[in-house]
Design a protein around this ligand. Structure first.
Ligand code: AMP
Ligand code: TRP
Length: 347
């Protein structure tokens, strides 16, 4: 196993250097069910990028425990996300898939970064503020969550981070911390770039098109899970909040509901919003929604089928162990460099 793994690593690294490949890193939390927002904003990009880049895709379970989680459920969700990664088309022969807590470097580097991140900048993170957190009993982990995320990224000398638009501020913070450490200690980190899509970056909730589709929403019809079946998808789409006036036209400000559905239609069908508007000119919301439900169902059915096969096949743990081995390999090198520059440990 070790020999095979080492060979694969040498090949991968040599290949990357020779082809001038970029390194890609991203992560998804194993909390709740993965929805079409996650897919259109992030996972779809993961699949596309693996063709020409060296990609590492992580299941960030340490981020999940920033708020208490049921241990059994967390482990189940971790394997579910791994299976979904494969089901949407991430290929373990091309990409490294692994679980964050299986690579100790994430926590280790996070400490060094924590000492270079400011309370002020962390307090300004909108995701933290939006959650109404910041009270006496908020965990320090939740507050410093974006520093752990910066650690995930910087640990691998990452070039590109494909994420949804909600992560923009976290990516900026990661870049700021990297630049600060580089300034203080001299060239330690590569400063990464975020990669955001135009159509899928911000899929909104179906029952409230002014807030983003979220895993933690109470109403199950506010989102569509990648594992939902046809009837559930149809129900959620048909009940989706639309706007007054029956016209199918993109206008994010005045018609946020229909605009969100147009975005979803466009992202799943590959047709442009203008083409879809033209197709449904004069048609009612009912017809449009009916066909949207069919488009989404057609896209998700093979994912659901593959997910079930993979989840039952018993291949996951082996893939995740191999992935962690490869990730450890890279991360140990970065950590050695960081410790040297910061003067940690003994030479
Ligand atoms: P999370 O489940 O919070 O770890 O998110 C996984 C990925 O999905 C991240 O890259 C998020 O930016 C992305 N994401 C989450 N919600 C949405 C959404 N409503 N629209 C687009 N992307 C999203
Ligand atoms: N914070 C991200 C989210 O909630 C998940 C995440 C953790 C991540 N570490 C990361 C994304 C590193 C990209 C890169 O969606």
């Amino acid at each position: 196993m070790l020999g095979r793994q080492l060979n694969a690593v040498i090949k991968a690294v040599a290949g990357r250097v020779m082809n001038g490949m970029k390194r890609v890193f991203s992560g998804v939390q194993p909390t709740g069910s993965i929805h079409i927002g996650n897919y259109l904003g992030a996972l779809g990009q993961f699949v596309e990028l693996q063709e020409d880049n060296e990609c590492l895709y992580c299941i960030v379970d340490m981020h999940a425990v920033t708020t208490p989680k049921d241990p059994k459920e967390l482990r189940k969700n971790t394997l579910d996300v791994a299976a979904l990664y494969l089901a949407v088309g991430i290929d373990p022969k091309k990409s490294t898939i692994f679980v964050q807590s299986e690579v100790p470097g994430h926590a280790e580097l996070a400490w060094a970064l924590m000492c270079n991140a400011y309370m002020g900048e962390l307090s300004r993170m909108t995701q933290f503020k939006d959650k109404g957190r910041g009270g006496e009993s908020t965990s320090a982990g939740l507050f410093s969550y974006p520093v752990l995320m910066a650690s995930d990224i910087l640990l691998y000398d990452t070039d590109i981070v494909p994420v949804g638009g909600d992560q923009k501020q976290h990516i900026e913070l990661c870049r700021d911390i990297a630049a600060r450490v580089n300034n203080r200690y001299g060239g330690v980190f590569k400063v990464p770039e975020g990669r955001f899509l135009r159509t899928g970056a911000r899929i909104m909730s179906l029952d409230d098109p002014l807030s983003k589709m979220s895993k933690s929403a109470v109403n199950p019809l506010s989102s569509i899970s990648l594992l939902d079946d046809g009837p559930k998808i149809r129900k959620a789409v048909m009940r989706a909040t639309t706007d007054s006036g029956g016209e199918i036209r993109f206008d994010a400000e005045n018609k946020p509901g229909i605009s969100n559905l147009l975005n979803i239609y466009s992202a799943f069908s590959g047709a442009s919003v203008a083409e879809i508007e033209k197709k449904y000119r004069g048609a009612g919301y009912g017809t449009f929604k009916n066909e949207l439900a069919a488009v989404v169902t057609e896209a998700l059915t093979p994912i659901r089928t593959r997910f079930k096969e993979i989840r039952e096949s018993g291949v996951l743990k082996e893939i995740l162990r191999d992935g962690a081995e490869r990730a450890n390999e890279i991360s140990e090198k970065t950590l050695k460099r960081v410790k040297e520059r910061l003067g940690l440990g003994i030479a």
